[in-house]
Every structure is written in structure tokens, then in C-alpha cells.
Design a protein around this ligand. Structure first.
Ligand code: AHR
Length: 673
């Protein structure tokens, strides 16, 4: 445990201990008030301004079929049975024969569009009829909106005209049609092309459907006997988030932006380990022209196109004002790799470590180097000459702290410390809140004098109430903390109000300890209905709708009401064990004082609030309450939130009474102007 034996009896530890609550469910005696004292007259403690961020991991179809706005599934014909046994390069594509047309499809690999993208589809038309081609229905469904522009594109070359190995006029062009079709086969939008020549050529068109259709088909038809090679067949809505080409689904990205996250950790989690020691998530495979990226099996058992790659992640961070926190492996694979739970960790051969470390240095150059540098030029070629300003780098994720891990991590860390002392390297402390890997991870981090350590815990709501004091005694002189993955897990893994309120209580303890806890992120972030591998998640979605959870609302409220200094906040006279937590922060930009009160009890709690030394107080404060009597409340997809924050005003003075409602988070925002 990273608890300093040398902990000085500092004032803040003393205040923190006063703010802790014990945990036996007892209600206050009728009429008696619990005292909540906010000491604005005492020195405020500066806290992290990046405390609340997000962790994006590509699981639950979070990227392809999720945040990444590509509408077609298996656009590059790289699906494989290693991802799902029933999948292959032609999965999710159907042969279409219209009129009297006839033909078939095949799989090509002899003349790929790029060596990184080995497979392509060969469309053979033996009898043109009204057209022979292929169709794609997207991820479960392909929803189209009337009047909305969609950018279609594909790479193609003409393989032959007429009969393969037989007669045909090879000087002719192959006429091709792209269509968006409704379920009844009617055409909603169409574009025509001519394919000639043996060079892969990109073709594009903007298609605007005349009517909305929830389950459309994207159809590509050839109209003469002959053969055409096709790859990177794609359809994007034009109005992606911020209008970015190759961009993100607007509604999902907006839901994320609405959290006001101060940073984004990506691309995982377990995902960064990949599937084996050399099959880790390689950032270099995810940048550059789309057709040159290296698609891969996602370690969660599906396909990742890498269309949402490092450039897109960094760009999204910038678009929403969040700091990028990429994570790379520590030169070892997951201890559960190779179908060997707990025994699968392997290290890259030491001879390969210098090359691997160079890849990490290249990442920093790609992100921060001038456009004239080798990797800065790759970034610039993607349209971003200015550096991104990377300052954090996660190394490792929940690794078993073995000699193999230590050796490789230390090699990486030593080079980064020497060549990039400006980068904050974030170490790892295993998958749990305590235990062997946790202790060893922290001891190792202290030994290396790491700047920050990533902690993960998925635990019960009660655990959060029981551990409000966790960080009060952490050594302020040691590595700082990133609570990189956490969530309150009910037995049945539902996103109940109880879980959200327990997290809210915990977040007040992170605010109180925002001097040592610098970053935190709920996990996981996104989950597509029908492809959810992990519960609970913060935001669920389907092809057209976004379903934020109650846990989302808590994150959003903290994101919107964060501060940069913690103001001494003391609870007293609370019956032992009452589930009550509070914190106060000052936002120096607005001057506002923000008091948060979390009641985890099934009854309202009467509070006598004292705002000491807060100066001239306004007559009222902004008053936000998020809560309900039913701790079991859960949002239902498509229905209005079962519990939503209510906002109004509340009279405030130096001393006033307040009843914190059952199962609630209250925010009192007292204007400093
Ligand atoms: O968040 C889901 C998974 O939980 C992450 O990939 C991993 O780091 C943790 O075990």
C-alpha cells in the first residue's frame, strides 16, 4: 500500500479525517441536524484541474460500429475467423443479382491496394442483367436520414472485361452504380462511375437519400460482363462530429464532449496488450492513409479497422479540450494471453526492446515533434502541422508485476526519463485496489520515482462508501495517482442509482485528495446494445440513439462543477455509519464556491450548513439535485432518464439548513461575482 509511514501530521490530513464517514446504516435522531462546515476562511488546497476525464477502450463495439462513424461493416475485407469463428473476408457482404444478371464474388490477395491491407473483393459479372454486385447492411442496421449527405467511397480497378481468360474489349470501361436502397428495394440515392485501368483508384460520391430509412442497404452494381476488384468500400455521414473527415459519430461524440472531460485515456485497457507478445496494439498501424492501416483482431474478440486511430484520438481530444493520455504496453503481453489465464505473460525478447522503445519515442515525436521531423511529418501529412502537446503516457495496464515486467518497464522508463523528462509516465498497479500486484506495482513505482501510478477497481457500491478515506493518507511526496478505471458494480451489474450515488460520494473524496489524485476515469465508457461484453458501462447506444446511464449524469455533474482548489469541508454530528459525504471546491475562473453533498441513505438527512469566511454571500445559490427515493432506479433505453438533475435556486447565508434528499447528489454553486 502506498501509505507513507513518514506521513506528516499535516493540516489537510486532519481535515480529511474529519470529513470521513463510518458505515453502519443509522439515521439521525428526529430533528437533529448533521453539521456541514465549509471553511472558506482557511487556506484552500490546490487540486488537479484535470481530475475528471474519460477512459475510452475499444470494447463493446466502442470504435468500429460505435464512435467511429463508418457505416459499412467489413469495408476492407479483412474480417477473419481469428476474430469470430463464423467470420471471413467476405462477411457482411451479399451478392446481388438484378434483372437477369448473374455472377459471383471471389476474394483477391495478389494485387492488394496496399501490403498492409491484403484482401479485396473480386466481383465477376457473367451476365449483366440490370446489374450484378454486392450489398452491405452496416453494423446490425444501416440507418439513413432523408436530406442528410453521405460520403461514399471505394477503391477499384478493372480486372477484365467480357469473359475472364476469354474474349472481351479491354479498352471499355466498366460501368458501376452505387446505390442507397430502402428495404423495399427502392433507390434513395445513386451515383455512377466508370472503372477502367489496372491501377487501384479511389472513387467518391456524395449521396443524399430522398427519404429516411432505418434499415437501408448500400449496393454497388457493375453493368457489363467482366471483373472488378474492390476494396475500402465506405460510407460516412458528412456531418460527423465537428465535420471531421473520417470522423466520429456526432451524437456519441457530443455525449462524450458533454461530460467536459479534461483528458481521454485510450485505446484501452486490455486492448493495448493485443492478443500476444508481438501482437500488441501498435500505434504505427493506426496512422496514415486509411487503406494503409493495419486492421487487427481486437483482443475483445472482434475486428478493429484502425480507422479510429491515433490521429483521430488526438484530434478528438483537441476538439473537446481534453488532454490525450495514450497507453502503450510495457513490453509484456497480458498475463491472460495465449488462452492461459494468469500464466500467459511473456516479455518481448530483450533484443527487440530497443526497437520497441524506439516506437514509443517515435510516438512522442509524432505527437510533439516539428513537422520537419520524421514522425512529425507523418502527422503533418495528415493535416496537422502543429504539435499536439502530448504530456502523459501510460505504460502498461494491470500487468502482473513480474521480473519480466519490471525489467522491460524499467528499460522503457529510463529512456523516457532521459530523452523526454517532460512526459509524465504513468505506471500500473495491477487490476485490483489491493493485493500482491497492487503492492508490488506501487513499490516498484516508488523505487523508480515514477510521477504517477494507475489504479483500477471494479467493486461494490458499499466499497466506495467504505473507502472514502482511501487517499487521505497517501504519501504526498510519492507518485501521484491516476484512478484510471473504476465503477461501482452491483451484483447484477446494473447501472442503478445506488451505484451512481456511491460513485458520487467517492468523487467527493477524490476532490478532497485532488492534490495527490490527479486524474480519474470511470470505465468502461461506451457499449453498443447487442455487442456489449462488459457491464456496467457509462453510455449505451444503438445505431441511431444514445442511452446515457445514471452514472453518466454523476460524471457530467462533477465535470461541469469542478474546481481548482479544495476548501476545507467538515461533517460532524453524523450518526456513525450514515452514508454521507461532502466536498467543496473553488473554481478560480468564476470565483464560485461549489459545495457537493452526497446522501446514500434511503431517507433525507437534515444538515446545518455553515459557510465560514466565504465573504459576501449572494442571496441564493444555484441548486442542483440529482436523486430519487428508489436506489434501484435504472434508466431505460429510449425513455426519458428515470432520474434527472433538477436545477433551481436555494437561499443561502452564513448559516442555513438543508435537507439532503434520499439517494442524492446535491450541488450548491455559490457565485463568486
Ligand atoms: O474496462 C474493461 C477492462 O477492465 C479493461 O480493459 C481492463 O484494463 C480492466 O480489466
Amino acid at each position: 500500500m502506498p501509505v507513507s509511514k513518514r506521513l506528516r501530521r499535516s493540516t489537510h490530513a486532519f481535515l480529511a479525517l474529519l470529513a470521513i464517514v463510518l458505515v453502519v446504516p443509522v439515521s439521525p435522531a428526529r430533528g437533529a441536524s448533521i453539521s456541514l462546515e465549509v471553511r472558506a476562511d482557511e487556506p484552500a488546497r490546490p487540486i488537479s484541474t484535470e481530475l475528471f476525464g474519460i477512459f475510452f477502450e475499444d470494447l463493446n463495439y466502442a470504435a468500429d460500429g460505435g464512435l467511429y462513424a463508418e457505416l459499412l461493416q467489413n469495408r476492407s475485407f479483412e474480417y477473419s475467423a481469428t476474430e469470430q469463428a463464423a467470420w471471413g473476408p467476405l462477411s457482411f457482404w451479399d451478392l446481388v443479382r438484378t434483372g437477369e444478371g448473374d455472377g459471383h464474388v471471389g476474394l483477391g490477395n495478389s494485387r492488394p491496394v496496399h501490403v498492409n491491407n491484403p484482401h479485396y473483393l473480386l466481383l465477376h459479372v457473367t451476365k449483366a442483367g440490370a446489374g450484378v454486385g454486392v450489398a452491405n447492411r452496416g453494423f446490425d442496421q444501416l440507418p439513413l436520414e432523408a436530406g442528410r449527405a453521405y460520403e461514399a467511397s471505394f477503391f477499384a480497378y478493372q480486372a477484365y472485361m467480357g469473359v475472364m481468360w476469354g474474349p472481351g474489349d479491354q479498352t471499355k470501361a466498366m460501368p458501376v452504380t452505387l446505390r442507397l436502397e430502402a428495404r423495399d428495394g427502392s433507390v434513395l440515392a445513386e451515383a455512377r462511375f466508370e472503372i477502367s485501368g489496372r491501377t487501384w483508384t479511389k472513387h467518391t460520391a456524395t449521396l443524399t437519400p430522398t427519404r429516411s430509412e432505418p434499415e437501408a442497404r448500400f449496393v454497388l452494381l457493375a453493368h457489363e460482363p467482366g471483373g472488378v476488384a474492390l476494396d475500402m468500400v465506405s460510407l460516412f455521414p458528412r456531418d460527423t462530429f465537428k465535420g471531421r473527415a473520417n470522423g466520429l459519430r456526432r451524437d456519441l461524440a457530443q455525449a462524450i464532449a458533454d461530460l467536459k472531460p479534461r483528458f481521454i485515456r485510450f485505446p484501452g485497457g486490455c486492448l493495448v496488450h493485443g492478443t500476444g507478445v508481438r501482437a500488441y496494439y501498435d500505434w504505427k498501424h493506426t496512422v496514415g492513409p486509411l487503406e494503409q492501416r493495419v486492421a487487427a483482431r481486437n483482443s475483445w474478440g472482434y475486428h478493429q479497422t484502425m480507422g479510429l486511430g491515433y490521429f483521430e484520438y488526438f484530434q478528438f481530444c483537441e476538439d473537446i479540450g481534453a488532454a490525450p493520455v495514450p497507453v502503450v504496453t510495457a513490453g509484456v503481453c497480458c498475463q491472460h494471453a495465449g488462452h492461459s489465464p494468469g500464466r500467459g505473460q511473456e516479455g518481448l525478447p530483450l533484443a527487440e526492446m530497443p526497437g520497441y522503445i524506439q516506437d514509443i519515442l517515435d510516438l512522442i515525436e509524432w505527437a510533439n515533434g516539428p513537422a520537419t521531423s520524421k514522425w512529425g511529418a507523418v502527422r503533418a501529412a495528415a493535416g496537422r502541422p502543429e504539435p499536439f502537446g502530448l504530456k502523459y503516457l501510460g505504460v502498461g495496464n494491470e500487468d502482473a508485476i513480474t521480473p519480466e515486467f519490471r525489467e522491460r518497464f524499467a528499460m522503457i522508463e529510463a529512456v523516457l526519463r532521459k530523452k523526454h523528462p517532460e512526459i509524465v509516465v504513468i505506471g500500473t498497479s495491477g487490476p485490483f485496489a489491493s493485493g500482491e500486484d497492487f503492492d508490488n506495482g506501487w513499490a516498484f513505482a516508488r523505487e523508480l520515482k515514477l510521477a504517477m501510478v494507475d489504479e483500477h477497481y471494479y467493486v461494490t457500491p458499499q466499497w466506495f462508501w467504505d473507502n472514502l478515506a482511501r487517499y487521505d493518507t497517501y504519501d504526498r511526496a510519492g507518485p501521484k495517482v491516476y484512478v484510471g478505471e473504476y465503477a461501482a458494480h452491483e451484483k447484477d451489474r446494473r447501472n442503478t442509482l445506488r451505484s451512481a450515488i456511491a460513485e458520487a460520494a467517492y468523487l467527493t473524496s477524490l476532490e478532497r485528495n485532488g492534490d495527490v489524485v490527479r486524474l480519474s476515469s470511470y470505465a468502461p465508457l461506451l457499449a453498443r446494445r447487442g455487442h456489449t461484453q462488459w457491464h456496467p458501462d457509462m453510455i449505451y447506444f444503438d445505431a441511431t440513439r444514445v442511452f446515457p446511464s445514471l452514472n453518466y449524469t454523476v460524471q457530467q455533474l462533477f465535470g461541469h462543477h469542478a474546481g481548482d482548489a479544495w476548501v476545507a469541508t467538515r461533517l460532524a454530528d453524523a450518526p456513525a455509519g450514515v452514508k454521507l459525504a461532502a466536498s467543496t471546491v473553488r473554481d478560480s475562473a468564476s470565483g464560485d464556491l461549489i459545495v457537493k453533498i452526497v446522501n446514500g441513505e434511503p431517507a433525507a438527512l437534515p444538515l446545518a450548513i455553515r459557510l465560514a469566511g466565504a465573504g459576501r454571500l449572494p442571496a441564493t445559490a444555484q441548486h442542483i439535485v440529482f436523486g430519487a427515493a428508489d436506489a434501484e432506479a435504472v434508466n431505460v433505453d429510449g425513455a426519458p432518464p428515470v432520474v434527472a438533475p433538477r436545477s433551481g435556486t436555494l437561499p443561502v447565508s452564513e448559516n442555513f439548513h438543508y435537507e439532503a434528499p434520499a439517494h442524492s447528489l446535491t450541488i450548491l454553486r455559490i457565485s463568486g461575482r
